[in-house]
Design a protein around this ligand. Structure first.
Ligand code: AMP
Ligand code: MG
Length: 331
């Protein structure tokens, strides 16, 4: 009887999966105009016209997040983080609630990461950015130390009720690069799920967010890029359901001086680029958290990072050393 019941359950589950997927087709579209990175969306929809309309809606949402979270550019009719950096040292600046939410998450990321991810490190990060763009020399340590006097996260004053941001230190600057893509990808994913799709994958430059299963019942499969550019094979292939996979790597943005690579992720303790791993990927059900954690784990010693991962429910990480070997043995 028990066996009979489970067969019936199996059959009805299969029928449900088939009927869910009936008529849904796979569509994919790439774009380059948000978060300064190559992005794509894959989704199952009824037909091309419906997909195009939904894609446009989602793309428009991502453009809005891009403009709000931009630290380098201003946009008409929008107060971006760049505008906040210019004005919030003088008096409180009215900010979109999506910025308030991101900055509050930034404070949380600082706590979770034991200070490894600090969105108020902008004055230091902008120096590294300048030298990286120039591509020839390393910044002077005294210059970095002086800038670092203006990076206390407690000087970021968020007034939730009035939706304003103020810097108690007028020389402080925000840099939300460690969390913005993941935060926006999470919002986009929630919007699409709520409004039109039951199964999709949103990839913002390697910050991958998925929800649902494919119409035939298969899981989304996310590849972890191989930091070894000479290898065409993915480092790992991970089937996921309702999960994000986010990677921080030393191959994503870097420059070289005297044959040594200096990447875009800066350890606040040394004020130098983090240099422990080739990459760290984080898998969990929240893309913003995955983004914050992947940057944090890329900076922290393995034991400290592992402790953070173990303290959080449903979070997994893959550390890859400089020789392109996966360090942790669970996978
Ligand atoms: P991700 O690629 O998500 O690991 O983020 C890297 C970006 O975060 C850099 O390009 C900087 O904009 C920013 N960043 C680098 N180091 C830090 C840090 N220690 N804390 C916060 N943001 C950082
Ligand atoms: Mg990150």
């Amino acid at each position: 009887m028990k066996r009979f019941t489970s067969i019936i359950i199996c059959i009805s589950l299969t029928l449900t999966l088939c009927s869910c997927g009936r008529g849904l087709k796979r569509f994919e579209k790439s774009f380059m105009d948000v978060f300064d990175t190559a992005s794509s969306i894959v989704a199952y929809d009824t037909d091309e016209k419906a997909f195009e309309a939904h894609f446009e809606e989602l793309h428009e949402l991502l453009v809005q997040y891009n403009n709000l979270y931009d630290i380098y550019n201003s946009y008409e009719g929008v107060t971006s983080i760049k505008d906040i950096n210019e004005k919030a040292g003088l008096s409180p600046v009215k900010a979109d609630e999506r910025i308030i939410e991101l900055l509050k998450f930034g404070k949380k990321a600082y706590e979770i990461s034991d200070g490894a991810v600090n969105i108020c490190l902008g004055s230091v990060l902008s120096i590294w950015h300048e030298y990286r763009e120039e591509g020839k020399r390393l910044p002077d340590m005294n210059e970095l130390k002086k800038a670092h006097e203006h990076a206390d996260i407690n000087d970021l004053v968020i007034d939730d009720d009035n939706s304003t941001v103020f810097f108690a230190d007028s020389e402080m600057k925000l840099d939300v690069g460690a969390i913005a893509k993941g935060f926006a990808a999470q919002k986009a994913s929630e919007y699409a799920k709520e409004n039109f799709w039951s199964s999709a994958l949103i990839n913002l430059g390697g910050n991958v967010t998925t929800f649902g299963i494919k119409p035939g019942g298969a899981k989304w499969v996310v590849q972890i890029e191989n930091p070894d550019k000479n290898s065409s094979e993915a480092l790992a292939t991970i089937p996921v359901v309702d999960k994000s996979v986010v990677t921080s790597g030393d191959y994503q943005r870097y420059y070289e001086v005297d044959g040594k690579r200096y990447c875009h992720i800066i350890d606040e303790k040394t004020l130098m680029p983090a240099d422990r791993y080739s990459s760290v990927s984080v898998i969990c059900n929240d893309s913003a958290l995955a983004d914050a954690l992947s940057t944090a784990l890329f900076i922290l010693p393995y034991d400290e990072g592992k402790k953070i991962v173990n303290s959080l429910d449903g979070v997994e990480a893959v550390w890859v050393d400089k020789e392109y070997n996966i360090i942790n043995d669970e996978l």
